[in-house]
Design a protein around this ligand. Structure first.
Ligand SMILES: [Zn+2]
Length: 244
């Protein structure tokens, strides 16, 4: 996330980017790990463990100025003439969607008048925003929970019980993890096949690298790896109660 934000000039202290609006989506997808150049070495498992993220920085005019128009962002405390500015990097919050998990990266805001600070995903601040802002968010945020709109839609569409829904999402998320694991193993195998001479000419990279075999991919829930989260029926029920 840091690298991506730096390239867009959104990370504090990064070089300003001339036209970040060339990017007209707030979504950032991970790179295709198979295409990252690493023929001398086994691929890094980390590249296979990245999830998409959604950038939520309503105060950033390069990014969201068109949506803001001439509207003045409100202060969370209700100051009459608020001055809202960015106050740091912000924080990511993990969201469960129908096709997997992603992160919602919200900026940290401050009001220069009353000096209050809060995160841009704070529900009581979101309530004060015009609908065109919150409509853009992929998730519904409440005081305790966050739920992807895709999950809400699916719950309504299918009439599934929270238990069945939790099961479906859990299956999907584990499937996604297994595919990523497989993609990583196939990429490693590609290197080894080359070294064994399967592609006619033997590559010599095995003499250059330190490791003789690839590092393990890690488990579903490893916090420094895939970082897969679990979804319970209880959680979904809570979300529904908060939203409806
Ligand atoms: Zn204020």
């Amino acid at each position: 996330m840091k690298t991506e934000l730096e390239s867009m000039g959104l990370w504090p202290g990064s070089v300003p980017v001339r036209n970040p609006l060339k990017m007209v989506s707030l979504w950032r997808g991970p790179p295709q790990p198979e295409l990252i150049d690493s023929v001398d070495d086994f691929p890094c498992a980390k590249y296979f463990q990245l999830h998409p993220f959604f950038i939520w920085k309503p105060e950033n005019d390069n990014l969201m100025g068109r949506l803001r128009n001439n509207y003045t962002l409100p202060c969370i405390d209700g100051c009459a003439q608020p001055q809202i500015a960015s106050a740091g990097v912000g924080r990511p919050r993990v969201i469960v969607g129908i096709t997997g998990q992603y992160y919602l990266l919200s900026s940290r805001l401050c009001c220069k008048v009353c000096r209050k600070r809060w995160y841009a995903d704070n529900p009581s601040w979101l309530e004060k925003l015009p609908k065109r802002f919150t409509n853009l968010l992929p998730a519904v945020l409440t005081y305790k929970k966050a739920i992807c709109k895709s999950v809400l839609d699916e719950l309504r569409r299918t009439g599934k019980s929270p238990t069945d829904m939790a099961k479906q999402i859990t299956e999907m998320m584990h499937l996604k993890y297994e595919r990523a694991d497989l993609a990583y193993l196939l990429s490693c195998k590609n290197i080894m096949d080359g070294e064994e001479g399967k592609y006619d000419q033997k590559t010599i990279t095995q003499f250059l690298r330190q490791e003789t075999k690839p590092a393990p991919f890690g488990e579903y829930g490893d916090s420094d790896g895939w970082n897969g989260i679990s979804v319970s029926a209880h959680y979904l029920t809570d979300c529904l109660l908060c939203v409806c």
